[in-house]
Write a protein that binds this ligand. Structure first.
Ligand SMILES: O=C(O)CCC(=O)C(=O)O
Length: 244
């Protein structure tokens, strides 16, 4: 599959694009069933909501299964899918490489008051020579604002920001008027199982808490251009790579 010129332009202009029904119902159902099996096992490495928000407490709500590439052949098949490779190559303008050190996760969003995510850029904790990285978000069910759908600020991946516009944990501050007027331009689009969102590592995005009764499950992984190597000695260089 190739993207149209319009889609490529849209990605570079907005910092994200949505491709509807990218996977068939049977492919996404198989991934959802496998994801549910692995969520039930919750084998390490995992991240909990409490860890993510630095909250001490007795409860532990799963937020993501990490390192899913190694957990199941079905997950590997999705992350190296023949349909996605040419698209990633086109958007990165380079050979795509899976960065297993980072987003390589099944995301769970259990109904929980603390499951929201502040406005942020994914590159906040990543260390590469440049910004040529994007994430592939796959919906495994319906996603909408009430169950924690992602929202994006179009064009934010190319905007120059001052460090003061972010908190010490790299959340885009909502107490600043300048930031708030940018956030007013946020957009969202409901997703269904099999839809994918491709977004640049500098695109500001956030998500609401899940206020429904159902858990939302999604899959996210990150790719970089082969020439965009991780900085030596950083966490970004800690895992092996997979050339696509
Ligand atoms: O699902 C969420 O709450 C946000 C996920 C996200 O933005 C991320 O993992 O970078």
């Amino acid at each position: 599959m190739r993207l149209t010129e319009r889609q490529v332009t849209q990605f570079h202009r907005d910092g994200f694009i949505i491709l509807r029904e990218f996977l068939s119902t049977s492919e996404s159902s198989a991934l959802l069933n496998a994801a549910k099996r692995h969520i039930a096992l919750a084998t390490d490495p995992v991240e909990t909501e409490e860890e993510y928000h630095n909250i001490d407490g007795t409860t532990s709500t799963l937020r993501r299964l990490r390192q899913v590439y190694d957990r199941d052949p079905l997950f590997q098949r999705w992350m190296t899918h023949h349909k996605i490779r040419p698209i990633l190559k086109e958007l990165l303008n380079d050979t795509p490489v899976l960065t297993l050190a980072h987003h390589n996760s099944i995301m769970t969003k259990f109904p929980s008051e603390i499951s929201s995510t502040c406005w942020h850029q994914d590159r906040r904790y990543w260390h590469f020579v440049n910004d040529n990285l994007l994430s592939v978000w796959l919906s495994l069910g319906e996603e909408y604002l009430d169950n924690g759908l992602l929202e994006f600020i179009p064009g934010s991946h190319t905007m120059p920001f001052d460090p003061e516009q972010f908190t010490p944990t790299q959340c885009f501050r909502t107490d600043l008027e300048a930031n708030r007027s940018l956030i007013e331009h946020r957009v969202h689009s409901n997703l269904n199982a099999g839809d994918i969102v491709l977004f640049h590592c500098q695109t500001l995005h956030s998500a609401h808490a899940n206020t429904t009764q159902e858990t939302k499950i999604s899959f996210v992984y990150t790719v970089r251009g082969a020439q965009n190597v991780p900085l030596e000695g950083t966490r970004s260089a800690a895992k092996e790579i997979v050339l696509l």
